[in-house]
Design a protein. Structure first.
Length: 210
């Protein structure tokens, strides 16, 4: 275990346990789900055992670049939008601690720039970022511990906004068709508090699994 993880345990282990207990869950959290709402600059951490997920904490995002809409090429400064997994842990990050996301995923590989789609998208500390979700150092210590102790895989869904009535009027409208693909996954979780599965079709579109 790196010194940074040990330090996180010392600094935030009791906080993580308190937050978990307050959500009515056992420590460590068995199943973890994270959901980012870009326009609110919020990263929600949800946990569960065998039943519906419960919100553990909503963390303010300290810094993020770009605007609404998916990431489609290297250097566009966009934070991705879509359905992702945590695919690596970096306890020696340049930004204290970091959780890597599997961007480009199967959808992005079809729809993004074929030669330079970009990569290295993380949830990390440091409060500065281009294309990533930058959290405060105390926040990333908590988030990292939640993820480190949870079962794999860990889903991380990145949404532009909450899909509430009237969302179709949001700008920029060139992303409307893409956002229509994401809306069912947001709605399904809102209804059941269970993480909906998905598949990616030949055109890279997100599709529900029935």
């Amino acid at each position: 275990m790196s010194d940074r993880v040990a330090t996180a345990r010392d600094n935030k282990g009791s906080t993580v346990a308190t937050l978990t207990k307050a959500a009515g869950l056992k420590t460590p959290v068995s199943r973890l789900y994270m959901r980012a709402i870009k326009d609110e600059r919020i990263l929600e951490v949800w946990g569960g055992d065998d039943g519906p997920m419960r919100l553990i904490k909503a963390y303010p995002v300290a810094a993020m670049s770009g605007g609404l809409g998916p990431k489609r090429r290297e250097g566009d400064s966009q934070v991705p939008e879509g359905l992702y997994l945590v695919d690596r842990f970096n306890p020696k990050s340049s930004f204290l601690l970091s959780l890597g996301l599997n961007y480009p995923n199967a959808s992005d590989k079809i729809r993004s720039d074929s030669e330079r789609p970009g990569g290295d998208i993380f949830i990390h500390g440091g409060q500065a970022s281009i294309g990533c979700l930058a959290m405060t150092d105390p926040a990333i210590q908590e988030i990292y511990l939640f993820a480190l102790d949870a079962k794999r895989p860990i889903r991380v869904d990145l949404f532009p906004f909450r899909f509430r009535p009237g969302w179709q009027n949001r700008q920029p409208t060139q992303h409307l068709d893409f956002w229509k693909e994401l809306e069912p996954f947001y709605a399904a979780f809102e209804k059941s508090k269970t993480v909906p599965q998905f598949r990616v079709d030949k055109k890279g579109r997100y599709r529900t699994v029935r």
